[in-house]
Design a protein around this ligand. Structure first.
Ligand code: GLA
Length: 379
């Protein structure tokens, strides 16, 4: 992002220079899908696409925010009266995080904010979490608030759960806040403990956007969450994190088949996430490859969150990579992106196979990004 354009636009819109520019990245999840709200393990990396917020304080108690990417749409509200805005959907992310922040005991005043970002929206790369965390970073930097990355992530998640209306887990906000350059992050979503893990120099993170727009995503997402809770309750455990395959098999006769398969995905995905993160550390790419392949099959058959164009991308990329790398759908599902961990010398071949075969098979054109892992906003 060119900070000069941001500063110039800020000056034009608000008549002063910004005091600072805050940034928060989007993310790609290497493995561990839908495990976060089941108190399980996830293994994402923050990526070099994100949201930037130029900011300065105001003398009153209003938040005035302008969205560069929506033709400089303007939204303004008072800190003392934060309501949902039906007419400008994007503004609810700002209103939501500011409201949950105002509900804590930290003190802050008004602000002028100018926002822009380059995370593809609706692609499963957490443009919304990056937006939320960038706003929180801007306000906490302006007012020197004592907020750390974990607190910021919890506030972002709360805003999304209670204000925006998506029952998401903690992964996206936490990696956006706490990611490290060149590293993936193993996150235990029960204890919120974090372990940063270097990505191998030999491999690149390649993200392939299927450009299948995610349909029904909120309702299907919330339904998966309910089914997981039902599975845990039928097994008599507090969350699927506590369940084992033995317990699941014993309980199977008393469970709807769909609940059994949702729980099976989560239990096996937790094991795969731990195995893959450990294998990556020791350079055992074949194990990472297998775990990612199994993860995709499990998302397709048991959790049922993939779509045919995504399955096709995974298949053709897997044919190129074999055991030298891994590929799977990433993110909430029902469209969006595929992530590949590809040896540097096979990145071109991955691009080529997608360019040659994807459109003919599906009628969609994919976008391909070779990404680097970046620093989180509060790291
Ligand atoms: C979305 C949610 C996350 C997580 C993923 C699936 O990105 O925001 O909390 O549940 O889906 O792994």
């Amino acid at each position: 992002m060119d900070n000069q354009i941001l500063s110039t636009t800020f000056q034009q819109q608000f008549g002063t220079a910004p005091a600072l520019v805050a940034h928060a990245p989007g993310r790609v999840n290497l493995i561990g899908e839908h495990t976060d709200y089941n108190e399980g393990f996830v293994f994402p990396a923050a990526i070099n696409f994100g949201t930037w917020v130029a900011a300065s304080t105001r003398d009153d108690n209003n938040i005035s925010v302008i969205a560069m990417d929506y033709g400089n749409q303007h939204n303004e509200f008072a800190l003392t009266d934060i309501q949902h805005d039906e007419s400008q959907g994007w503004a609810n992310y700002v209103r939501g995080v500011i409201k949950v922040l105002a509900d804590t005991d930290v003190e802050f005043g008004g602000a002028n904010l100018l926002v822009t970002g380059n995370v593809p929206q609706g692609a499963g790369l957490s443009s919304s979490a990056s937006f939320e965390v960038a706003i929180l970073k801007a306000i906490s930097a302006l007012y020197e608030l004592p907020i750390d990355g974990v607190q910021a992530a919890l506030l972002g998640q709360k805003a999304e759960n209670t204000f925006v209306g998506c029952s998401c887990g903690i992964m996206d906000q936490l990696i956006s806040a706490m990611g490290n350059e060149g590293k993936a992050m193993l996150l235990d979503c029960q204890s919120l403990s974090i372990e940063h893990s270097p990505l191998p120099d030999s491999h690149q993170i390649v993200i392939i956007n299927s450009n299948v727009k995610r349909g029904l995503v909120d309702s299907e997402y919330n339904l998966r969450r309910q089914q997981c809770e039902q599975g845990a309750s039928l097994m008599g455990v507090a969350s699927l994190r506590e369940a084992t395959m033995d317990l699941l098999e014993t309980t199977k006769p008393h469970m709807p088949d769909v609940v059994y398969r949702r729980a099976k995905h989560i239990i096996t995905e937790n094991a795969r996430t731990l195995a893959a993160s450990k294998a990556l550390k020791s350079g055992d790419i074949a194990t990472v490859s297998e775990a990612m392949a199994q993860s995709h099959v499990s998302m397709r058959d048991d959790f049922e969150i993939t779509v045919p164009p995504i399955d096709f991308l995974v298949k053709i990329i897997d044919e190129v990579l074999g055991k030298s790398g891994g590929v799977r759908m990433t993110g909430g599902g029902f469209g969006g992106c595929v992530v590949a961990l590809a040896p540097t010398d096979k990145v071109e071949a991955v691009k080529q196979v997608v360019e040659q075969k994807y459109f003919d098979e599906t009628g969609y054109t994919a976008d391909i990004y070779v990404c680097t892992a970046t620093q989180g906003a509060f790291a």
